[in-house]
Write a protein that binds this ligand. Structure first.
Ligand code: GDG
Length: 489
């Protein structure tokens, strides 16, 4: 990259995301250490920083990560805030502020609006005040850390005001922004009060490069930027007074090789044998966090419809449905869980027998080995969000099927559907459509499964999470070159 871009001098990479990707552990000698969480974003960032050929960042520098901590983080001991590759900068937000900022503005307003649940959105002045105030805390950390030449990469809906705050104080800084959830159509976005929606759009436009998962989200954002802020675009470029902003799609991905290699990992093999022994039937698998956007109830209704229509499959197939606990202190989520529990009970009591449980339902999280065991054993993965920014579970299922077998049923409302056209694409709200897809998946000949899987695997292998991150920064670099050229003319 340096050869191609001799004039670009590498700076440090500063990630700002709502959460720090670390947990605190106590060592045997009682001292504390921070341990990196695993996760797509962390791996992608590390690969960028480690790749010496990719000279956008200074390889001699650690990656700085600014993010909030949970209360277990021992702030007094600053010495543990550094790992071999990261320097963590904790942002401390007190409980009351956090309640209105994160639970309030982020999760009671932006999340439901962006996932097309406007009836669940709560509009409270104190939410927006807290959202702004919380940004001051994140910004203070950025201002402490930042140096000329650094690249700041801001993530997601919890930090939409931050790019403009950084731009105002550090006009020359290179700033990227990535949005992980769906950006909704203007008809949804316009429900935000006028001042709030303008602050949000102008906040995001503080970045040089703005990334979304799909072209649809890009189009919705561009239209919103025009209608809310009067900024028009030409082929995804917005010309501000003194600079250029680019808006584009970067479909986030996964570490393909890790999932693919895990197929033959001894731990996965042993889990697979365990599962096959205890459940010698066809297996349909689903796993997601407890959330109304994930379409868990719709999935159950579709499965029930399938059982009603296809008695020949009774006693021969089970749906293994894992729901990972999330936000379950909130009444709305408790209610949702109650409805799921009830629906599972109804299906099992209606169709089950002494030797057969149609839905095997677990409300817990799984270890990575268990997850891989399920991915690689399941005949069908049933992924039915009613709205999802991307959906990594669908990509992980495909990547882990190194045997080429298995069928993915995927909601058209997931960002991933734009890339995984060989899946059986369904509308999760249409239970007949879901039921038909389940039946087609269970009947699909092995040859066709392999044909579809192979195409999807190749696509994910090619554009994995590392390619995603490189793509983002390559575009940042091109933008910078273009800007330099324009400044010189
Ligand atoms: C947001 C957007 C977008 C889940 N349960 C267990 C477990 N997981 C892992 C999966 C997967 C991840 O969590 C879930 O990723 P998703 O993409 O499905 O969803 P969100 O968490 O809602 O993420 C989403 C994403 O950001 C990235 O931009 O795709 O649309 O909503 O990696 O494997 N992992 C383990 N045990 C579990 O029980 N080990």
């Amino acid at each position: 990259m340096n050869d191609i871009l001799p004039n670009i001098s590498p700076g440090r990479l500063i990630i700002v995301a709502y959460r720090l990707p670390f947990k605190v552990v106590r060592r045997d000698d009682d001292s504390l250490a921070i341990v990196q969480n695993s996760g797509g974003l962390v791996s992608a960032v590390l690969s960028l920083a480690r790749n010496a050929h990719y000279a956008y960042f200074d390889p001699g520098e650690k990656v700085h990560w600014i993010g909030a901590t949970d209360t277990s983080f021992p702030l007094a001991d600053q010495s543990i805030l550094e790992t071999d590759e990261f320097i963590a900068h904790p942002v401390v937000i007190d409980e009351q502020l956090h309640e209105n900022y994160y639970e309030g503005f982020c999760n009671n307003l932006i999340w439901p609006l962006c996932h097309y649940f406007p009836s669940l959105a709560r509009f409270k002045d104190e939410y927006f005040e807290a959202y702004q105030l919380a940004h001051d805390f994140f910004f203070a950390r950025v201002a402490e850390v930042i140096r000329p030449g650094d690249v700041v990469w801001v993530h997601d809906y919890q930090l939409m005001l931050l790019p403009a705050m950084i731009r105002e104080r550090f006009p020359q800084q290179k700033i990227g922004f990535f949005f992980h959830i769906p950006f909704p159509s203007f008809e949804l976005f316009r429900l935000l009060p006028v001042v709030w929606r303008k602050a949000v759009v102008d906040g995001i436009l503080g970045a040089d490069l703005i990334g979304f998962h799909t072209n649809d989200y890009v189009e919705y954002f561009l239209k919103t930027a025009w209608l809310v802020s009067g900024h028009n675009n030409k082929l995804h470029y917005i010309h501000m007074d003194d600079r250029m902003v680019k808006v584009d799609s970067f479909p986030i991905s996964i570490d393909f090789e890790m999932f693919s290699n895990a197929y033959s990992d001894p731990e996965t093999v042993s889990k697979r044998n365990e599962i096959r022994k205890s459940l010698p039937l066809k297996i349909i698998f689903s796993v997601d966090r407890l959330d109304y956007s994930k379409g868990i109830i719709h999935r159950l209704r579709g499965f029930r419809e399938f059982l009603t229509r296809c008695p020949a499959w009774h006693e021969r197939v089970s749906l293994v449905m894992v729901v990972v606990p999330s936000r379950d202190t909130i009444q709305q989520y408790q209610q949702m869980k109650f409805e799921i529990d009830q629906t599972v009970g109804m299906i099992n009591s209606e169709f089950g027998s002494l030797g057969w449980q149609p839905v095997i339902y677990q409300y817990r999280s799984m270890t990575f080995a268990e997850l891989l065991g399920m991915y690689t054993t399941s005949d069908v993965a049933l992924v039915t969000p009613v709205r999802d920014g991307m959906n990594l579970v669908s990509k992980e299922y495909v990547a882990s099927r190194a045997d080429g077998k298995g069928v993915l049923i995927l909601s058209e409302m997931a960002g991933a559907a734009a890339e995984l056209g060989e899946a059986l694409i369904i509308n999760p709200l249409d239970l007949h459509n879901v039921a038909n897809a389940i039946s087609a998946a269970l009947d699909m000949p092995e040859e066709e499964q392999i044909k579809r899987m192979t195409l999807m695997r190749e696509r994910i292998r090619e554009y994995d999470v590392f390619a995603w991150a490189v793509d983002f920064f390559t575009q940042m670099t091109m933008l910078e070159m273009e800007q330099t050229r324009l400044n010189q003319t």
